[in-house]
Design a protein around this ligand. Sequence first.
Ligand SMILES: [Zn+2]
Length: 312
Amino acid sequence: MADAAAFFQSCAQAGALLGSLCAILVVPAAVALMVRYAKPAILAMDADRCWQAPFAAVGSMLPGASFLSIAAYGLTVGTSSNCLQFVTGRIIFAALLLLTVFALARATGIATLRSREAASIRNFSFAAGERLKAAAPRNCEAREISDANPFCAVLGVIHPIIIVSTGALARLDDDQLNAALCHEAAHIQRYDHVLGALAAFFSDLLPFGTADLLKLYWDAREFAADQRAVAHTEMESLAGAIIAMAKGPLLPVAALDGGSVTSRLQRLLAPPENSASTHRRMIAGGALSIATLIALLPIVSGTLGFLSCHSQ
Ligand SMILES: [Zn+2]
């Protein structure tokens, strides 16, 4: 008891919470709360999917990114912390270390499984035939995979490729195939393959309160890719591709690679009356910027020696 009392007294005197590994108990929660505050502003951007998607992705990442940065910083400099003079301090440090290792191992394990699944699909794919090769957008590698289920998807993070199933090739006419490939190319141009992987990893790292923003990102990025695709293809061809891959007995809910078929068709054929608003972007962007500043607070305060409990 005396040791615990001395430990907490030392903590209180140092005013050290933000500059230590203990910040991991407070700061990610504060970041998550700020992201909650930003969420209504991000949701209100439903006429501005091009910006809504990255905002939702960043919002879903921030608590996990905050957790990781504090863990990396706290474990790097934490061994010089004054609190380790106390048994209570050593127990708390060990508990935080275990929590961090568990969270990292869990998120890394899930990311590795995803990566292996993608590698397996890639290994089963083969070079594009003449028809797919002719339709593939410039600067995008497209490959085929033998599968009766109709799907097109972007695979890979560092070197993304477009995978098209033989089932999709059988169902799509040339215009629809071109539209589907424009949609996938739009994902690559918008770096959705990178953003999606990061959002999934950080949400797995700290899976509290970010699932809805992650889901919003997955939906919004489909609308944004559709919107970008119709700048290069006919809207009717894209709608036809979505329908062609969704109907039939082979796959009950197929689409190009995600999103609700009905809502995507509605959005394509009847765009919302209200338009993108700079005002809404500023509110959502401002709230996310504040959340980012909160996330950076421990590192800044620790680096500057401000509110730090480490031995000087
Ligand atoms: Zn898509």
